[in-house]
Design a protein around this ligand. Structure first.
Ligand code: C2E
Ligand code: CA
Ligand code: CA
Ligand code: CA
Length: 278
């Protein structure tokens, strides 16, 4: 009854093939989506706590699949990151966000900072040039663009990443550290990153005000961020209690369902005109 090595190998291959087939299916679908206008951006507002003013918005990508409906980024961004397709997705997102910002500014809306998410794989030496070229093409002031980068981006080749960040920062484009507190970046590097904003991850906001650890972590990030001269924003703010805690702790900005969910451009603009421009 000795094990048949060939058989177990065959099973293993079968499993792998299924996983790979699934991935290839999503990948080719995503490639098609890029060329076919199936990707869209939703926009979520960011508010300054002190003044209750809208100070910015984050662009979040969705895949409007003809059969599956609205596919959330969690179902295709990680795959796009592992296949490298994220570079094309990122190019589309930056292009689309700048086009929309130009439309809103030319329509006479007061300008606000528009943030796009940038994955580690997009963080190449060609990124600053592409950003500069896109801003020029849409005649946008670089100060109205912000790039959100996750801590994991900073774990790759730190010196290389800092050099690229410096070039982006020199353009006048704002940089924020997304999902802060969930990665493993060393605090000693924090002072070397040319960032404007620290973004407290939703996993900490969620526990406020009942979980003492989440409260302590959020307060500490706010205190440290502000002492380092950065603005601090909390994401995932859903309740008035969370807002009040963050206000007391000295947090600068908030983003979350309490204020507004991510919305398609026309709905975002409608809310902006009706509720958020006061
Ligand atoms: P993220 O950058 O941390 O974005 C915040 C996520 O939290 C968004 O999910 C947003 O819809 C959600 N959110 C905001 N406020 C609340 C709230 O009050 N409660 C709850 N429960 N959720 C809230 P979304 O849009 O599904 O995006 C998930 C992730 O996908 C993003 O996390 C980001 O890492 C990635 N992503 C989205 N768009 C892009 C993109 O254009 N490029 C790249 N590279 N990644 C993207
Ligand atoms: Ca983000
Ligand atoms: Ca997050
Ligand atoms: Ca994130």
């Amino acid at each position: 009854h000795a094990e048949n090595p060939d058989r177990s190998v065959a099973f293993y291959r079968l499993d792998m093939n299924e996983g790979m087939q699934q991935r290839m299916l999503i990948e080719s679908g995503l490639r098609h989506a890029l060329g076919n206008g199936e990707l869209i951006l939703h926009y979520q507002p960011k508010f300054e706590i002190g003044s209750s003013r809208l100070v910015g918005a984050e662009a979040l990508v969705r895949w409007r699949h003809p059969v599956r409906g609205m596919v959330p980024p969690i179902e295709f961004i990680p795959l796009a990151e592992s296949t490298g397709l994220i570079v094309q997705v990122g190019e589309w997102v930056l292009e689309q966000a700048c086009a929309q910002a130009a439309i809103w500014q030319r329509a006479g809306l007061p300008p606000f900072r528009l943030a796009v998410n940038v994955s580690a794989r997009e963080f190449t030496p060609s990124l600053p040039g592409r950003v500069a070229e896109t801003l020029r093409r849409y005649r946008l002031d670089p100060h109205w663009l912000e790039l959100e980068i996750t801590e994991s981006t900073l774990m790759h080749d730190i010196e290389h990443v800092i050099a690229i960040m410096d070039r982006i920062s020199a353009l006048g484009v704002a940089l924020s550290l997304d999902d802060f507190g969930t990665g493993y970046s060393s605090l000693s590097y924090l002072k070397r990153f040319p960032i404007d904003t620290l973004k407290i991850d939703r996993s900490f906001t969620t526990g406020i005000p009942l979980d003492p650890s989440d409260c302590a972590i959020a307060s500490t990030i706010i205190g440290m961020g502000r002492k380092l001269g950065h603005r601090v924003i909390a994401e995932g703010v859903e309740t008035v209690e969370q807002l009040e805690f963050l206000r007391q702790a000295g947090c600068d900005e908030v983003q979350g369902y309490l204020y507004g969910k991510p919305l398609p451009a026309y709905e975002f603009e409608k809310s902006l005109r009706e509720n958020w421009l006061l």
